[in-house]
Design a protein around this ligand. Structure first.
Ligand code: AKG
Length: 271
């Protein structure tokens, strides 16, 4: 990370990274997201089910190894977790040099993946504003620099304007001491900023930042890939498998390189 990026991330709590993925990568990921959306919509209401620790009802897809909840309807969203198991096309995001460089800039020590979700947001949908608190989501700065616990990358496979349901943040709110008085509708919060992006851009943010997604008022279905990172001891932060080990199938592990596997292996920190 450059000195300017470190300064901006510390001050604002996020970075917009233009042109982070190549055109080829955007094409591969976009097609994989479309394939998985089709599969997930055909299965989302079927057994087997899992009710997560947070109370959400998921379909557990044993064929492709993902968890999915939601529906395709006005105002609704489809969330597909553990997508690594479903399609090797997503592997290009694992041990991806630019991603690794930024993660090492904001997470100290051995960092692993703790969250993987594809968000598909249909017309009228918004992602409620949230700003997690507690030891898993802290933002700190010490003698070694920025010291985040959970952070997230959002990768964009198509352009997203404010009208199209942009990811949004309250800049610098990761340093606030008080709970927000503004509720969870991102469209109504003063100082909420929509981050408009192009295909191939990425956003990196600390989970401690107040964030969400403004209402998608367009006919474009908004599709994004979200990957959470943090210190090795953080367990899964996917909603279906909250605080469990990462749900990575044996056949996925066999496909991945040693460096890619290490991203899912907290216990490998000293290897
Ligand atoms: O992209 C959005 O609509 C919201 C995403 C979000 O809240 C998250 O990744 O934590």
């Amino acid at each position: 990370m450059t000195e300017e990026e470190i300064y901006a991330f510390d001050r604002l709590g996020y970075l917009v990274l233009p042109g982070f993925l190549t055109g080829d990568q955007v094409g591969i990921l976009g097609e994989a997201v479309d394939r998985l959306e089709t599969h997930a919509l055909e299965h989302v209401t079927l057994p087997p089910r899992k009710v997560s620790a947070w109370g959400s009802d998921y379909h557990v897809n044993e064929e492709l190894g993902y968890h999915v909840k939601g529906e395709r309807a006005e105002g609704k969203t489809l969330i597909i977790e553990d997508f690594w198991n479903a399609d090797p096309a997503f592997d290009l995001l694992l041990d991806h040099e630019p991603t690794t460089r930024y993660i090492h800039g904001v997470v100290q020590g051995h960092a692993t993946i703790n969250n993987s979700e594809i968000r598909i947001r249909y017309k009228g949908n918004q992602s409620g504003t949230h700003q997690p608190t507690g030891p898993k989501y802290t933002y700190d700065y010490n003698a070694d620099g920025i010291d985040c616990r959970m952070v997230r990358f959002v990768y964009f496979v198509h352009d997203v304007s404010e009208e199209q349901g942009a990811f949004c943040v309250v800049p610098s709110s990761h340093k606030s001491n008080l709970p927000s008085p503004y509720g969870n509708d991102p469209d109504l919060e003063p100082e909420m900023l929509s981050l408009e992006v192009k295909a191939g851009d990425a956003i990196l943010f600390t989970e401690r930042l107040r964030h969400g997604g403004v209402t998608n008022r367009s006919d474009q279905v908004r599709k994004t890939i979200h990957v959470g990172y943090g210190p090795y001891w953080l367990m899964s932060q996917n909603i279906a498998t909250m605080d469990e080990p990462q749900h990575i199938l044996d056949r996925t592990r066999e496909r991945l390189s040693k460096a890619q596997n290490r991203l899912f292996e907290p216990w490998a920190k000293n290897q």
